[in-house]
Design a protein around this ligand. Structure first.
Ligand code: NAD
Length: 249
């Protein structure tokens, strides 16, 4: 498949997990792909790698400008870099709240701000934000993370409205629990990793974790030509968590 032939994409957080699967998939389907990450070790050709921290506006600007120059423009921005946080409102202090919002929300704002001048010139541009089912599901012990992803969801809708007349579509994906290195680290830190994994799997009606390939496929759909009439939406990739209301068996 080469539906992305001639298109240039930038994927933040593209060195690992969902971002890496997305960068690889877009490249396999014909896009030229640049990865922006704070740690680009292991990012190989054909992907281009640019080191930047999304909490540092200057480093984001420099990386986006260099990527767009090297690629010869930008058509797709996958705003994916993000970090997790656990706890109720009593568990995380102001410093933690500021840091998670700095990465998960402002990180996407900074990257979009730097990329928009290039995307505007594309004529068929798309931004896909990696949001989360936590934005809408009311998950326990995820107050800070959920609030940050709620902001990403609202940002997606607002940006879709602001840029639709410029030929830029903006959508987000809302994954459930995805089998990524991040979730692996969470499970390793749990008192009983096997029991924790089983609990996460049981939370999703499909009874298993989502794969990175499944999220990458959804992002590619929203970034590509087959979703040309779609903007301002959230696509759930969550094993039925949001849509189904199953009673426990
Ligand atoms: P991951 O840890 O495997 O990958 C995240 C990548 O982002 C890493 O390469 C990391 O270096 C990069 N990154 C983190 N902070 C950064 C910063 N300040 N500047 C630049 N790069 C930075 O995680 P993942 O599970 O693939 O998560 C990717 C996205 O998916 C996140 O936005 C996360 O909130 C979202 N998400 C994950 C899950 C899940 O279950 N794994 C579920 C829903 C949403």
């Amino acid at each position: 498949m080469s539906e992305f032939a001639g298109l240039k994409a930038l994927v933040t957080g593209g060195a690992s997990g969902i971002g890496r699967a997305t960068a690889d998939l877009l490249a396999a389907r014909g896009a030229q792909v640049a990865v922006l990450d704070r740690d680009t070790a292991g990012v190989d050709k054909p992907l281009l790698a640019y080191r930047a921290d999304v909490t540092d506006d200057a480093s984001v600007r420099t990386a986006v400008e260099r990527a767009a120059d090297d690629l010869g423009g930008l058509d797709i921005l996958v705003n994916n870099a993000g970090i997790g946080a656990q706890g109720t409102v009593e568990d995380n202090d102001d410093t933690e709240w500021r840091h998670v919002f700095d990465v998960n929300v402002l990180g996407m704002v900074r990257t979009a701000r730097a990329a928009l001048p290039y995307l505007r010139r594309s004529g068929r541009a798309a931004i896909v934000n990696t949001c989360s089912i936590a934005a809408t599901a009311g998950l326990p012990s995820r107050a800070l993370y959920s609030a940050s992803k709620g902001a990403v969801y609202s940002l997606t809708l607002a940006m879709a409205a602001d840029h639709v007349r410029e030929g830029i579509r903006v959508n987000c994906v809302n994954p459930g629990t995805v089998d990524t290195p991040w979730v692996g680290r969470l499970l390793d830190a749990a008192p009983d990793p096997a029991a924790e994994r089983a609990a996460l799997q049981a939370r999703q009606p499909t009874g298993r974790l989502v794969s990175t390939a499944e999220v990458a496929g959804a992002i590619a759909y929203l970034a590509g030509p087959f979703s040309g009439a779609t903007t301002g939406t959230a696509l759930a990739v969550d094993g039925g968590m949001q849509g189904l209301r199953l009673r426990p068996a």
